[in-house]
Design a protein. Structure first.
Length: 338
């Protein structure tokens, strides 16, 4: 029997599903943190259970934690055997001393691809069709054409990161007629949606070819400032940059300069550096920038919530049967193990 702490929002059906996967175990359902203050509208929870905030005693009690908690509260607990996050990013948990040596860490890769890929596609089509500019013109009642638009068909889309999110976005762009070039860290079999797969070491060679540069990479020290000023300046004139990875992957000031000068025709960012983006930051005021406040994932889409619970239930069953877990994280890289 294991002590299992669940810190994600749950409905009665989720409780039943998790308890069925962990039959014979002791469960506590707690609230990791209140919903962020940026959530101003109802989320798609049908019958959300009210739970008490998680305490240090809860964490010290747990053999297994399903859901994110503050890394400082884990303090290398020797009792904790496995942490399953409800996020794809795990940078907080791979820092030395957060998890004890031997503890397993798995993430929620596979839950977010649908929601975030559709968000990216919406931003890209909005920029290509100048919808953000027409929205601005609408406020002043300006009935006039803003000129030529572009198509995903025939464009070259460079996808940095070929995991669940990058793969789902690449598939959608391919279906709309784009040439898709995927970029990854290591050699692996080329997926059907990609016309080419290149290594991250070749980034400087392929950046100037892309009409769209889509960043879906996780936040690690290796990806910090990957898209720096020099690389932004090397991008194809009129290209579009999308970022749903981490804000600090992109040099924000260099991006603003490129948008203001017209070197880039647009950018769609769901993550920024700094984050939250200060209200006085110039990025908010650039007409060709589409900025959303890190909301492409989270629980805004009901299916994302269901997929997170599904991953947790499946992995819980695997853990208790002594089988390999899905989405195991490599502590040295912050990436999912291949």
């Amino acid at each position: 029997m294991k002590n299992i702490l669940v810190t994600i929002p749950v409905e009665p059906a989720h409780v039943e599903k998790l308890k069925a996967a962990g039959a014979g175990c002791e469960f506590r359902f707690k609230q990791a943190a209140p919903l962020p203050s940026l959530v101003k509208a109802p989320l798609p929870f049908e019958n959300l259970l009210k739970t008490e905030p998680v305490t240090q005693e809860d964490i010290d009690w747990a053999d297994i934690i399903l859901g994110n908690v503050k890394g400082a509260m884990l303090h290398g607990s020797e009792k904790l055997q496995w942490l399953q996050t409800n996020s794809a990013g795990v940078e907080e948990y791979i820092k030395p001393g957060v998890l004890a040596q031997g503890a397993q860490l798995t993430n929620a890769t596979g839950a977010y691809g649908l929601a975030i890929a559709e968000h990216m596609l919406a931003m890209l089509l909005g920029i290509f069709k100048k919808l953000e500019l027409y929205r601005d013109a609408q406020k002043s009642g300006a009935w006039e054409s803003l000129g030529a638009v572009r198509s995903i068909y025939g464009s070259t889309v460079l996808v940095l990161g070929m995991g669940d999110i990058g793969g789902e976005f690449g598939k959608r762009c391919k279906a709309l007629g784009a040439k898709v070039i995927g970029v990854r860290r290591t050699n692996a079999q080329k997926p059907d949606y990609a016309d080419e797969v290149r290594l991250i070491d070749e980034l400087d060679e392929i950046l100037p070819q892309a009409d769209v540069v889509a960043i879906t990479l996780p936040g690690t020290e290796a990806t910090r400032n990957l898209i720096n000023r020099s690389r932004i300046e090397s991008m194809k004139p009129g290209a579009v940059l999308l970022n749903v990875g981490r804000g600090y992957i992109v040099d924000t000031e260099a991006l603003c300069d490129a948008l203001e000068s017209g070197a880039l025709s647009g950018a769609g960012v769901d993550v920024t550096e700094p984050e939250p983006l200060p209200s006085e930051h110039r990025l908010w005021q650039i007409p060709t920038a589409v900025v959303t406040p890190h909301i492409s994932g989270f629980y805004h889409l009901k299916e994302t919530h269901e997929r997170i619970v599904g991953i947790m239930a499946d992995n819980l069953g695997r853990f208790l049967r002594g089988e390999p877990l899905r989405n195991q994280v490599d502590f040295s890289t912050g990436y999912r193990k291949l």
